[in-house]
Design a protein around this ligand. Structure first.
Ligand code: PMP
Length: 351
């Protein structure tokens, strides 16, 4: 029933995340999570964590993690900002950098949270269509705008573009902030970090959710010039000084201290991805070339929605988007070799 205050309430269509399940037998290939546990160093830090410290507020600048990130990525601490997952960092970037009346630009097929933030923060935007092969054309990003945001690799396509492409986007947009969302960069791509000195309008956002197996901890970060980072800090401190808790700060810093584990895990996923692409092709799928921890695939004769539903009945969760252009595709997260074999056999029977 309509209440007298109803017209004062916010009406918004929220972002919908991949379905979670309490059933331990589910093979979960629907949220781009990492199938391997985080580094044992994370476990060690959590086991030894001194809970007495929880009575105090955390360091509002998360200095322990900022220092560990600076060391790991060879940056100055003034060039780093951290938040409660990269969704938090991206939402703060929208508020800090996209404050003009002109529309911000992003692809028609991309991370579906971007239009939600635009709606929440009342940011005008314009979708730029990907080409027929789902590629981004940098020359489409030449018009006047209030900012640009692109994931690289793009999601949900998985397509990666090289640094020449990123430079073209930056050179076409010298009057705007350009955000490159590198949530999936560690699965074979090259980060744009090396461009930070050259382009003062570049912001790179990364996460520990995918390549560092820490989606449950919530850690994301932005790399940019000290000037842009100070704006992000000011916006964050105008809303919530403590977006990162003490436990997260220590555990995330420990993960950064285990480079070998990180690289080994990424390589395992890259290998499984390449085997998965071949296997899917033998079953009659067309697979979009991916440099992420997921693939987007469509079957030559069987409808994606039917495959999605049949797999779900067998406790194999993949992602289906009822979105124009990809409504006959499935996005499949790369799991362990064993999980991918099980997917393969389920698909073989089903098709
Ligand atoms: N960017 C992209 C492109 C993503 O797919 C995701 C995962 N949903 C995120 C950012 C956010 O990841 P998180 O908040 O877990 O860091």
């Amino acid at each position: 029933m309509c209440k007298p205050w109803s017209d004062k309430l916010r009406k918004i269509q929220p972002y919908v995340a991949g379905e979670q399940s309490k059933n331990p037998n589910v093979i979960k290939l629907n949220a781009n999570e990492n199938p391997y546990p985080p580094s044992p160093k994370v476990k060690e830090v959590l086991s030894n964590f001194n809970t007495d410290n929880l009575r105090k507020y955390p360091a509002s600048d998360a200095s322990e993690l900022r220092t560990a990130l600076a060391k790991a990525y060879n940056l100055d601490t003034s060039q780093i900002f951290m938040g409660n997952g990269s969704d938090d960092v991206l939402a703060l970037c929208f508020q800090a950098f996209f404050c003009s009346d002109k529309p911000i630009l992003f692809p028609d097929l991309t991370y579906s949270f971007y239009p939600v933030w635009c709606s929440l923060f009342k940011t005008p935007y314009k979708n730029i269509p990907l080409d027929e092969n789902f590629r981004i054309n940098p020359d489409d990003y030449k018009e006047e705008n209030g900012g640009v945001i692109l994931p690289n690799p793009n999601a949900p396509t998985g397509i990666y573009e090289n640094l020449d492409f990123i430079e073209k986007i930056l050179n076409n947009n010298t009057d705007s902030i350009v955000i490159i969302d590198e949530a999936y960069i560690d699965f074979g791509g090259q980060s744009a970090i090396s461009l930070l000195d050259k382009y003062q309008n570049l912001v790179i956002v990364q996460t520990m959710s995918k390549s560092r197996s820490l989606a449950g901890l919530r850690v994301g970060y932005a790399f940019a010039s000290a000037e842009l980072i100070s704006v992000l800090d000011a916006v964050k401190n105008s809303y919530n000084s403590y977006t990162m808790d003490s436990v997260t700060i220590s555990a995330a810093a420990a993960s950064l201290n285990d480079d070998k584990y990180f690289k080994d895990t990424c390589n395992k996923i890259i290998n499984t991805r390449q085997k998965t692409i071949k296997a899917l092709e033998t079953l009659g799928f067309d697979v979009v070339p991916s440099m992420a921890n997921f693939v987007l695939a469509t079957h030559k004769s069987v409808k994606a929605i039917n495959i999605f539903e049949q797999l779900k009945k067998q406790n194999i969760f993949v992602r289906y988007f009822k979105i124009p252009r990809i409504d006959n595709y499935l996005r499949i997260t790369i799991g362990t070799d064993d999980e991918m074999y099980k997917l393969f056999y389920a698909l073989k029977k089903l098709l």
